[in-house]
Unconditional design. Structure first.
Length: 266
């Protein structure tokens, strides 16, 4: 345990030392990475007839299209534009290597298969995650599910100093929160508001969770769960191109709102 504490302390120092907190330099939002969760051999969560990887990609591409069309001066970078498997670490590396100003990861939620049908019918709606230590039972469940993608990667033991099933790994996450948390929370609140009030989605609010893909990005980052594929009504909605457009428009408008607020301060 003593060695674990020492490791956590050293990791915290080096992770935070590598960040450049907002306010140290004068810049605007000019590059955004849009990340469609899962892909290829990783389907993500499953509905009755829907794979998370498909609806995530469809919405992600629409978000990028709206940003490119309606937010001049912003370059959009996709982690994937087709049904390709992308390593979890590679997603954050794409954002870091491009010196992106925002990272937005798009996913779809689902309750466990053993959940009673009545509960599946009752639970629907969006929620937005930022990197943070406040892992409620549900937020930790989401984190473990999303982080478990690592186990599908070749030689993952060599590429990660992190075990998605280990409680010690989440202790480490909790002590090394992103230097960009305040700005991540700002973007997350804008997205939550847009999805709730403009796109008409039921909202479960903004939450914190130990998600590797955001922990390893050196910029404000959010993960958006656009709905529950385990809810039969919402599964149908998430496959509707019009609903996808409403959701994508809400996310795009939030990005635009964030850019306007951030650029005005710099």
């Amino acid at each position: 345990m003593r060695n674990l504490v020492l490791l956590i302390g050293l990791t915290s120092f080096f992770v935070l030392a590598s960040f450049h907190p907002v306010g140290e330099k004068n810049f605007a939002v000019t590059k955004i990475v849009i990340d469609a969760g899962h892909g290829g051999k990783d389907p993500g969560t499953l509905g009755t007839y829907t794979k998370e990887k498909d609806v995530a990609l469809q919405v992600a591409l629409k978000v990028g299209e709206y940003v490119e069309k309606y937010v001049p001066g912003v370059e959009v970078i996709f982690t994937r534009k087709d049904d390709t498997f992308i390593d979890l670490k590679k997603r954050s590396e794409i954002a870091n290597n491009h010196s992106a100003d925002l990272f937005v990861s798009i996913h779809a939620n689902s309750l466990p298969k053993t959940t009673p049908y009545s509960r599946k019918k009752a639970i629907k709606g969006s929620e937005v995650y930022v990197m943070g230590a406040q892992n409620t039972d549900r937020a930790l469940e989401v984190a473990k599910r999303e982080n478990s993608v690592i186990l599908l990667e070749e030689d993952y033991e060599k590429n990660y100093d992190f075990d998605p099933q280990s409680e010690e790994s989440y202790i480490l996450f909790n002590l090394t929160q992103s230097a960009y948390q305040d700005n991540s929370l700002m973007l997350a609140s804008f997205i939550d508001d847009q999805l709730k009030n403009r796109a008409g989605r039921r909202s479960y609010g903004v939450k914190q969770s130990s998600l590797y893909v955001m922990w390893s990005t050196a910029m404000p980052s959010v993960l958006v769960e656009i709905g529950y594929l385990s809810n039969p009504d919402e599964e149908k909605e998430l496959n509707n191109p019009d609903v996808q457009s409403y959701i994508a428009s809400g996310i795009y408008r939030a990005i635009k709102e964030y850019k306007e607020a951030f650029d005005a301060q710099n």
